[in-house]
Ligand binder design. Sequence first.
Ligand SMILES: C[S@@+](CC[C@H](N)C(=O)[O-])C[C@H]1O[C@@H](n2cnc3c(N)ncnc32)[C@H](O)[C@@H]1O
Length: 445
Amino acid sequence: MSANPSPQAAQLTALVELISSSVKEVIAAYNAAGRDVPSLESLDEGPLEIPATTPASLTQARQIIEAACAQLCVTVAQPGDCIVNKAFACTESACLQVAAGARIADLLEGKPEGLSVDELSKLSGVDRGKLGQVLRFLATKHVYREVRPNVYANNRLSVKLLTSDPVSCNVGVCTDELFKATTSTWETLSDPEYGQSYDPSRSAFRKVHGAPLFEFYEQYDMKRERFSGAMVGWGNITDRGLLPQMYDWQALEQDAVICDVGGNNGHATLDLVKGYPKLKVVVQDLASLRPRWSELWSKELPSAIQEERTTFVPIDFFKGAPVKDCDVYYIRHILHDWPDASCVQILTNVKAAMKPTARVLIQEYVLQQTTREDAVIGNDLAPEPLLPNYGNGRIRRYYQDITMLIGLNSKERTLQEFIDIGAQAGLTFVKLWDGGQTALVEFSL
Ligand SMILES: C[S@@+](CC[C@H](N)C(=O)[O-])C[C@H]1O[C@@H](n2cnc3c(N)ncnc32)[C@H](O)[C@@H]1O
């Protein structure tokens, strides 16, 4: 054996060291918050389980741990094992669908001693033997805890399947209608007509369900409700409450106006005004959304309506410009729904409303390539030897990218792709403001 480790051996050691130093960061962050580090059994969520109250150092440490553990495993395990296990990922979705559909987490709520598979079978109506297989699989994947043979209790992960938690809606949507659409991805991409099209009505979702995604939800009340719940769940696990910390809002003048383009009920800018009462908000979305804006703001911040610090102005952002001369045009989770040409149309309409000092802030996931050659200015690169885009540590944004492809023939974008569509609309890139999960891409005229 040579005294110096080979480059490959040094990589393994470097991955372990990244895990080790990041675990110390995690322990320090929990200590600083006066909390014990979580265990798989712990059910209560504290401030460090919510993006808005999680320090950036903890988010970074978690991303490194998730990235390094996954990279270490695929480096040392047998390649055939790894690739087949990845192909089998569909079984995890399938079992989560069973557990969510049978409401197993609800049945186990308040029962730390657990319930037997027999009892869960009687209460849920799912065959005892089959339910036992599903729960054993899930417990093997750290969802539920097998307290004794064939007796299961909730754990840190399974409580997210409680129907009272909106994240359970995300699990429902992903493992039901999206999962079904996913199975026809290759069939769709290799179809001579669908494969070359970026029309939402030529997506895998449409091929399987017979209707484009949003028309599909018009047809099924329960699924539409669940999709709305999933939007709330999505915010909870990604960026709810982070917007006030993501940009230098303080630098804006008293009574600066933020136009929330495609803002739905304006929930994101509501958080902003709560943090920065000097700001005013115009929420713009399809006219049918006005009652939802009114309902939310009258409940959460009625003074803003009374003092006209918020208004709702209907828009079709493909057909016309938003309200003129606002200070910031804020566009959250809109562009990822649309192909490039439609995004350029939306941004061109926004540009038509802008005064010289106005800014556009696009809030989305920002994707990175997996090579260090993709060092676009502003991109945050993971430490070596991790994949520069943090690999498994930031995997959800890449799941979301493929989900957009399957659901709507659209995509999440890299910073360069945002810069390109902005340039096509006549906008100049200013800065990337990274929020740990999603980011703000700032443009000026
Ligand atoms: C994914 S949601 C994002 C909503 C909000 N910005 C957020 O982050 O929660 C997309 C929004 O675009 C709106 N929308 C879709 N087509 C539109 C159009 N042509 N004009 C204006 N708004 C539209 C929808 O009503 C919906 O509120």
